[in-house]
Design a protein around this ligand. Structure first.
Ligand code: GLN
Length: 473
């Protein structure tokens, strides 16, 4: 077995006992990247030189007997909308194609402090808008399980890299499912943390009231390892919270699992429904109590998401004007033309569509009516989840309505928007939710089951997932 095929937990032990060196591990991952990348296309940038240098430094530290962090020597891939000092950060957009940030995102500082190795920057849908990774202006990422299929999005590069053993761990960002959906499509674990659990300082913002950075890994145990490094309050992000609950010790018998009724009512692919059903039966067999529960207003999720998202992204992307960052149209003449020509030339179609819609919805003419109503509805959804978590420890539902679809198969924007239906609820409730692999379709495509926990129960949720994961497959 190649080193790059092992889990972060296994590798951390081997590194600690000096059975292997960080340099050997990095070389194994770089070799895998060399072999797989021409097909998979998960990376926009591979930071070969930096990774080798970091690995050497970790090995030297270990040889000297210095204290090392929890991820010492573990190669981590980073979604290319997370700022890395001195390393190009493109958000997969032409407008930032040559942008080199002068600072690190807080999650990067934490990775470095834990002696992790940055192996590269991964592909995404432009500015994290999309569900398939086809919407990147720079390249396409394909599903390592079937190269004719999409990897999912928007963190498709990160999920594909982990699934293809081109990285041991990865970071993604999840606004309305962008960690969880690609994790499900690629057969890996992906967590969207509770809102405020992980700092977004240095994340190129999509919708600030919804964005979260989350770990992608081969197992729930590995995801927890990465989560523990990146989570925590950050003075640079005022939305972070200090509330860090320790993982509750549980066994399956003491669990009350809620079946999220509305999410089972959607038109779910029959093979996915069957797999999720098998997970539920298995949990029941091992003593968990299963209860069907209901969260109201689920029929509003899609319009609610696209009102919240477009209003916020129109505002966030206003800073990309050809003046301060990124692409600048040549010879524009006056400042208005400079804005129009720079943005017109360098934003992709879906970005423009959303900016136009968000600008329309937040225009003075409506006096903020759309956004105010959306915020009321968001609150109601939050309350709905709170009520449900008063009677159960976690919610279970399918992670996606279909398995990974074919490259080029979904072209209509609305159809693409619908692929994330199962993900939006947790986004609005601000609660942690994760995709855990639970089998394959007949044509060998991975299936994910979604586990959702109460607010700030991230560590317990990860522990429960680690406890049950073997029952799911
Ligand atoms: N697919 C959703 C969208 O296009 C989710 C994106 C995300 O979570 N970043 O907005």
């Amino acid at each position: 077995m190649k080193l790059c095929e092992l889990t972060a937990t296994e590798l951390a032990k081997m590194l600690k006992s000096k059975e292997i060196s960080a340099t050997e591990l990095v070389e194994s991952v770089l070799q895998q990247i060399k072999e797989k990348e021409p097909d998979v296309g998960g990376y926009i940038t591979v930071t070969e030189g930096i990774a080798r240098k970091q690995a050497k430094a970790v090995d030297e530290k270990r040889a000297r007997g210095d204290r090392l962090g929890a991820l010492a020597g573990i190669p981590v891939a980073v979604k290319d909308n997370i700022c890395t000092k001195g390393i190009k950060t493109t958000a997969a957009s032409r407008i930032l194609e040559n942008f080199v940030p002068p600072y690190n995102a807080t999650v990067i500082e934490r990775l470095l402090a834990s002696d992790a190795i940055i192996i590269g920057k991964t592909n995404l849908d432009e500015f994290a808008m999309g569900s398939s990774c086809e919407n990147s202006a720079l390249q396409r990422t394909r599903n390592p399980h079937d190269l004719s299929r999409v990897a999912g999005g928007s963190s498709g590069g990160s999920a594909a890299a982990v699934a293809a053993n081109e990285a041991i761990l990865a970071l993604g960002s999840d606004t309305g499912g962008s960690v969880r959906l690609p994790a499900a499509f690629c057969g890996v674990v992906g967590l969207r943390p509770s809102y405020g659990m992980v700092s977004r300082y240095g994340l190129i913002a999509l919708a600030s009231s919804l964005d979260q950075i989350g770990p992608i890994a081969k197992t729930a145990e590995d995801a927890k390892l990465l989560f523990d490094v990146i989570a925590g309050e950050d003075p640079k992000d005022m939305t972070t919270i200090s509330k860090q609950q320790p993982a509750a010790q549980r066994d399956i018998k003491s669990l009350t699992v809620g079946l999220h009724k509305e999410q089972f009512d959607w038109k779910i692919d029959s093979e996915i429904a069957k797999s999720v059903d098998a997970v539920i039966k298995n949990l029941e067999k091992h003593g968990a109590t299963i209860k069907t529960v209901s969260v109201p207003h689920m029929e509003c999720l899609l319009p609610l998401y696209y009102i919240m998202l477009t209003v916020e992204c129109a505002s966030n992307l206003a800073r990309l004007d050809g003046v301060r960052y990124g692409y600048r149209a040549p010879d524009a003449g006056d400042v208005e033309k400079l804005y129009c020509q720079s943005r017109g030339a360098a934003f992709g179609d879906d970005v423009k569509r959303r900016v136009i819609l968000g600008t329309f919805l937040s225009s003075a003419e409506f006096g903020g009516a759309y956004r105010k109503k959306a915020l009321c509805l968001k609150r109601k959804i939050e309350e709905g989840y709170q009520r449900v978590f008063a009677e159960c420890d976690l919610l279970i539902s399918p992670m996606s309505v279909t398995p990974a679809f074919g490259v080029g198969d979904v072209v209509e924007p609305l159809k693409m928007y619908e692929t994330d239906m199962c993900a939006f609820g947790a986004t609005f409730a601000g609660v942690p939710a994760m995709s855990v692999p639970c089998g394959f379709t007949d044509s060998k495509l991975p299936i994910g089951v979604q586990l959702t926990g109460p607010r700030c129960s991230d560590r317990s949720l990860l522990s429960v997932a680690a406890l049950c994961q073997h029952l799911f497959l």
